[in-house]
Design a protein around this ligand. Structure first.
Ligand SMILES: [Zn+2]
Ligand SMILES: [Zn+2]
Length: 284
């Protein structure tokens, strides 16, 4: 029991560091930006690694692993899960299992991060309340997935690589190694974290409900755009398995466009979408 408690405390310390360090680094980066000590190479590293790791979470962890919205060969799946791991939101299977429970218990007793327990609880407070799930019924659908298991076990490696790669990029294109670690690593993690967490907080509190769903999920266009499609969250709760979360032409869904492109390139198959009449039937 005591070792379990000690492990939990170490984990909370890591979490605290994972929340505070990117925040402090982002404040520092804004000071550098203000004083014009920032290269275009830094902003390029930020943009590139934001897109790579946010699609890693949105397409890899979320649509592919948790909801099985499409199938893909192992190397493609692994690449998405590796980039998702670089977002520093936890190992793949733990992420999927926790999110699986969120869908099963949305805004009810047992939901790991419902704003019914408070907006900040849903945003990041829940991280410190031992609500992660690693095993049991919610993790079962992913336990026999070999690719996911390998990605899950090697999480720490990818997390570290998520700092080294942008560092090497900026070393190569001009502004030096540590500049890339700051912008493509820490600032990028700050943004990916808070946008992802906003799906849990903002998109269960603010925005429009267009579909009947058994929860408080909403479509919030700002998170839709910044979250590369993940903010059309009411669409998603109404049809969790749907590969495309943007269901109108104006609902920007970069994750969905990438899946479309991969389908066209025949790198993914069995991309699932509900029938048009089923979508119509669910409209409020
Ligand atoms: Zn939700
Ligand atoms: Zn989901």
């Amino acid at each position: 029991m005591n070792t379990k408690k000690a492990r939990l405390n170490v984990r909370k310390l890591f979490l605290l560091l994972a929340v505070i360090t990117p925040l402090a680094a982002t404040v520092w980066a804004i000071v550098l930006l203000w004083n014009k000590h920032v290269d275009w190479a830094d902003l390029f590293a930020l943009f590139l690694f934001y897109v790579l790791t946010a699609t890693g979470v949105g397409i890899g962890f979320h649509r592919m692993l948790t909801h099985k919205s499409f199938e893909a060969p192992a190397p493609v799946r692994f690449l998405f899960l590796a980039f998702g791991s670089m977002a520093l939101e936890g190992p793949a299977i733990e992420w999927a299992a926790t999110h699986n429970k969120h869908h099963a218990k949305s805004d009810k007793e047992g939901d790991p991060h419902s704003p019914l327990e408070g907006f900040w609880h849903a945003h990041l407070g829940w991280l410190f309340r031992d609500r992660f799930i690693r095993s049991g019924v919610w993790a079962k659908p992913y336990e026999n997935d070999r690719t996911a298991r390998i990605a899950d076990k090697t999480f720490a490696f990818w997390a570290v690589l998520g700092f080294i790669l942008p560092g090497l990029l900026t070393l190569w294109i001009g502004s030096g190694f540590w500049s890339g670690v700051l912008w493509g690593g820490l600032v990028r993690i700050f943004l990916v974290h808070h946008i992802t967490w906003s799906v849990n907080s903002v998109c269960h509190t603010f925005g429009r409900r267009v579909f009947r769903s058994n929860d408080r999920s909403r479509n919030e266009w700002i998170i839709g755009i910044l979250g590369l499609g993940e903010g059309w969250h009411n669409n998603h709760h109404a049809f969790p398995k749907a590969a495309y979360h943007g269901m109108r032409w104006w609902q920007f869904d970069l994750n969905g466009y990438v899946i479309r492109l991969l389908k066209w390139l025949r790198l993914v198959r069995n991309v699932w979408m509900p029938k048009r009449e089923d979508i119509q039937k669910r409209l409020i």
